[in-house]
Design a protein around this ligand. Structure first.
Ligand SMILES: C[S@@+](CC[C@H](N)C(=O)[O-])C[C@H]1O[C@@H](n2cnc3c(N)ncnc32)[C@H](O)[C@@H]1O
Length: 217
């Protein structure tokens, strides 16, 4: 499904095309961010203590196996959103008949409109750090703020301060607990953070930080 949102600009189209190209030019397991399973994300989702009926959205889900693992763990209200149709199609093909248990959204997180106070858990691994414009980050935070329920959880994995400055030919912003808290501002309480060293398929090390916030009104 494509969601209605703000009208797209040439810049938005270029952003979408860049990501479509990433998924067209390589197998999923050759992409620098590939992990067979998003172990730390799964652990942080479990640590929210939300039941299996929790509504979970994976923002910039790409072709990751998080949705497979969430279904396997018994979560039954999983949404996967990505700007790239190619990535979504790849995940659907991998899941086969199980794909119908996931709500799929082809959309740009800077543009989509999601239902208000709807999700219990928002998950993002390696998407927010690509948002280098103040305006784009403000829009992202606003969508998260609006679509998360009160006391819902926001789990976000970004490059750490010792992480790379660029990825896939694009600039990124690296975060600490202090700087990410400043981005999300009032309305989000940081409850835990954890570091991870990701080893890319090309054997390079990338330092990540994961943060879990609770949406407070
Ligand atoms: C580095 S990949 C991470 C994919 C996945 N989260 C993982 O951990 O394997 C970033 C993903 O975010 C998607 N993406 C980038 N910008 C986006 C945006 N503005 N809205 C939605 N998805 C976006 C890309 O298509 C890509 O799948």
């Amino acid at each position: 499904m494509r969601t209605p949102g703000r009208p797209t600009t040439q810049q938005d189209e270029a952003r979408k095309q860049r990501w479509e190209n990433s998924y067209s030019n390589k197998d999923s397991s050759d992409l620098s961010w590939y992990q067979p399973h998003l172990e730390l994300s799964l652990k942080l989702i479990e640590r929210t203590g939300s039941g299996k009926a929790a509504r979970i959205i994976d923002v910039g889900a790409g072709s990751s196996t998080l949705v497979d693992d969430l279904l396997m763990a018994g979560y039954r209200r999983v949404t996967a959103l990505d700007i790239s149709l190619k990535a979504i199609e790849g995940s659907k093909a991998r899941l086969g008949a199980k794909a119908k248990h996931v709500t799929w959204i082809e959309g740009d997180i800077e543009r989509v409109e999601l239902p208000p106070a709807h999700f219990d858990i928002w998950h993002d691994r390696a998407v927010f750090h690509f948002l280098t414009s103040d305006e784009g980050r403000k829009r992202y935070v606003n969508v998260a703020k609006t679509s998360l329920k009160s006391d819902g959880h926001l789990i976000i994995g970004t490059f750490a301060q010792e992480g790379p400055t660029r990825c896939s030919g694009m600039d990124v912003i690296r975060y600490s607990a202090h700087s990410i808290t400043a981005e999300f501002g009032e309305g989000f309480e940081l409850v835990e953070s954890a570091g991870e060293t990701h080893r890319t398929p090309y054997d390079a090390e990338q330092k990540f930080m994961y943060f879990r916030f609770i949406r407070r009104h």
